[in-house]
Design a protein around this ligand. Structure first.
Ligand code: NAD
Length: 306
């Protein structure tokens, strides 16, 4: 299959690109390197160093690649930045999603939505797909609006396979420490002997899912035929941040310097109900212990700054 991956130079994107190449797909990437790295992209990929809002480039990709499938991962991913620059966040995360669909007209679409941000502070935990969508940030709202655009695309193209994946808290190698991913932030602090700012008491829980499991879901979604489906992609397991800290200190054999900060806006419990994905044939297979060990191994070996 000819697959175009937006955000392919980023954390989840780079792993997805490698897995698509391994599966024998032809891959093109659109990424403006605003939060990704060229050396994350393996050879054998047609790389467009461009913004997904650039219509001329999208038309060029259509002409040169005519991709059958689009895995749409490029986004402004920072919640604090979305509060500072909501307009830009909507332009990148929502409006550019429409541009990509209108110009590329893919038969298959896989969209990276956010289970952590789209439900807000949910009443039902673990949270299923049919819970009310009550995002508390422009970032979450931008994903909610993009989901509407994807729904409209499917209704206008009923032969298309449109799969929305609401990821839980993803972690693993290649995750930058400046994107809000707490595992990467802790690993960076441990590696460089820096202070870690802990928001709250550390008893907050998250559904941490290893990046390889996310990639498995992205590739599985490429096998779908005409459908519109939404799946939560998480482990269903709840891990306290304090436990993550303990496990990372264990595998790194280092002590973390922690400064606790009071916070008002931290969601206390966040865990997705991913039973629907299990029925679909996807489930997570990497335990939190193994995932954190593999992530630390990458951090401890990595030489580059990112
Ligand atoms: N990491 C998580 O825990 C998580 C959870 C839920 C959803 N997601 C979603 O998964 C997707 C990938 O996230 P990630 O963690 O790999 O983030 P990332 O920042 O590592 O990757 C995003 C990539 O998109 C690129 N990009 C950003 N704006 C762009 C633009 N205007 N034009 C072209 N390229 C642009 C960046 O350079 C980067 O390489 C995002 O859509 C994110 O919202 C991530």
């Amino acid at each position: 299959m000819n697959v175009c991956i937006t955000g392919g130079a980023g954390f989840i994107g780079s792993h997805t690109v490698s897995a698509c190449l391994k599966a024998g797909h032809t891959v093109s990437v659109i990424d403006n390197l605003s939060h990704g790295f060229k050396d994350n992209i393996p050879s054998g990929v047609s790389f467009y160093n461009a913004d997904i809002r650039d219509v001329t480039v999208l038309e060029k990709v259509k002409k040169e690649q005519n991709p059958e499938a689009l895995i749409h991962l490029a986004a402004q991913i920072s919640v604090p930045d979305s509060l500072k620059k909501p307009e830009e966040t909507f332009a990148i995360n929502t409006e550019a999603t429409k541009l990509l669909l209108d110009i590329l007209k893919p038969q298959k679409v896989v969209f990276a939505s956010s289970g952590g941000a789209i439900y807000g502070d949910p009443e039902v935990i673990p949270t299923p797909e049919d819970s009310p969508l009550m995002p508390t940030s422009p970032y979450g709202e931008s994903k909610k609006r993009a989901e509407v655009i994807l729904n409209e695309y499917f209704h206008a193209n009923k032969q298309a396979a449109v799969t929305l994946l609401r990821y839980a808290n993803v972690y693993g190698p290649h995750q930058p420490h400046d994107g809000g991913g707490v595992v990467a932030i802790i690993c960076k602090a441990l590696k460089d002997d820096e202070e870690f700012i802990l928001n709250g008491d550390g008893n907050q829980t998250r559904d941490f899912v290893y990046v390889e499991d996310i990639v498995k879901a992205n590739l599985k979604a490429l096998d779908q035929s005409a459908q519109y489906e939404i799946f939560n992609i998480g482990t269903g397991g709840e891990t306290q941040l304090n436990n993550v800290i303990k496990m990372l200190q264990g595998v790194s054999r280092k002590a973390l310097t922690i400064t606790q900060e009071k916070t008002q806006d931290e969601v206390v419990r966040s865990v997705l109900n991913s039973d629907k994905a299990k029925e679909w044939g996807w489930s997570s297979s990497v335990s939190i212990e193994d995932g954190l060990a593999k992530t630390w191994e990458w951090w401890s070996e990595k030489k580059s700054k990112h």
